[in-house]
Ligand binder design. Structure first.
Ligand code: MLT
Length: 257
């Protein structure tokens, strides 16, 4: 069973983390959301405190495991789901699996498209690098992708934290997730059927998923609103926590409460 952390009370707000991190990436957001919501974070297979059960973590299988964790929590009523990057890929599978249990969704620094051929090849090269040299050189490469230029320039404390999180991840889980992401399906077809309010957030300095791609995705969602956060890269909840809380809570206040 996947590990989860719960705090606060109110409508359940479930956050799914990015690759190759864990639910720790949401610690900085916990108190802002726990005031009015039940703030729930889940560790995907092999990350944080969750066990790894396969050498390939497909998005479908991770979503099934998240559903089982949610079932075990016996939550009352519908939930709000938020996924950042890989968490968003898993969230798309959850939207397919449990649409009737959702009240709203938040797409954070993520995309609905599958990997390009080039992207897939890069993932397999990364697996070779990790198997050969471990996580340190991988962390070095990931940092400029995960954090925006502004955060790197001012050496936000988050830079050191993210490096430590990557270096302390389970290499097998990292490789299993890379294999799963490489073979994930294109889920763009699903977007037009999402009938609940959708928040779409992008960091203006994100080079992994450019804001223009997220804006186009927002345009395919029937009930969406799109925001671009300045001086934020891919990990916008960590890089600009105050702006992230303001926009997200404002969205929830208007659309949900
Ligand atoms: C993530 O932040 O989860 C990753 O950048 C996703 C990816 O590699 O596609």
């Amino acid at each position: 069973m996947l590990a989860s952390q719960r705090s606060g009370s109110g409508i359940p707000l479930v956050f799914i983390h990015a690759f190759p991190l864990s639910s720790r990436m949401w610690d900085i957001n916990r108190s802002a959301f726990s005031k009015n919501f039940e703030f729930i974070t889940i560790d995907l297979p092999g990350f944080g405190k969750s066990p790894l059960t396969s050498d390939i973590s497909t998005m479908e299988n991770m979503a099934t495991q998240v559903t089982q964790a949610l079932d075990q929590m016996k939550l009352d009523g519908k939930i709000i789901l938020a996924g950042l990057s890989m968490g968003g890929y898993v969230m798309l599978q959850l939207i397919k699996l449990i649409p009737e249990r959702l009240r709203a969704v938040a797409f954070l620094s993520t995309r609905s498209a599958a990997d390009t051929l080039e992207g897939r090849e890069k993932r397999f090269k990364t697996i070779e690098l990790i198997e050969r040299e471990g996580l340190k050189p991988f962390a070095e490469r990931m940092l400029p992708a995960l954090l925006g230029g502004s955060s790197l320039r001012v050496s936000l404390p988050a830079v050191a934290a993210v490096r430590t999180w990557i270096e302390s991840a389970n290499p097998q889980a990292v490789c299993a997730a890379l294999r799963g992401m490489a073979e994930r399906p294109d889920m763009t077809f699903l977007l037009s059927s999402i009938q609940v309010p959708a928040l779409v957030l992008s960091g203006e300095e994100d080079t992994v998923v450019p804001p223009s791609e997220m804006e186009a995705m927002a345009g395919m969602l029937p009930e969406s609103e799109f925001h671009k956060l300045q001086r934020a890269g891919h990990l916008l909840n960590i890089e600009q926590p105050q702006k992230f809380h303001d926009i997200f809570l404002h969205f929830l206040k208007r659309r949900i409460l």
